[in-house]
Design a protein around this ligand. Sequence first.
Ligand SMILES: [Zn+2]
Length: 103
Amino acid sequence: MLVQHTVVASGSSNWDSDQVWKKLWQLKVVPKVRIFWWQALQRFLPCYAELARRHVMDNGICKLCGHEDETLYHAMLQCVHAKQFWTATLQYFGFSIPRTRTQ
Ligand SMILES: [Zn+2]
């Protein structure tokens, strides 16, 4: 269930949404990156599992790995491709995978 996998952008176990939004909107990145993360944190991104639930698609299986339903949590953190992204991000930029309530 997506609600259980809320990304905690601050890195702490306390969810302070005002701080998260403030930090997000202060990021010095192109606007579409802020918009993407805002949509991800609001769970507005249309993942395949959600589209399948709405009968827009036949199934919600992740098209990249094919192992399980593509929830937002899977797409952003669990998928083997997402893990490769976070590993590369750590290598090149020093950013680590966001901490979540499930980690
Ligand atoms: Zn996947």
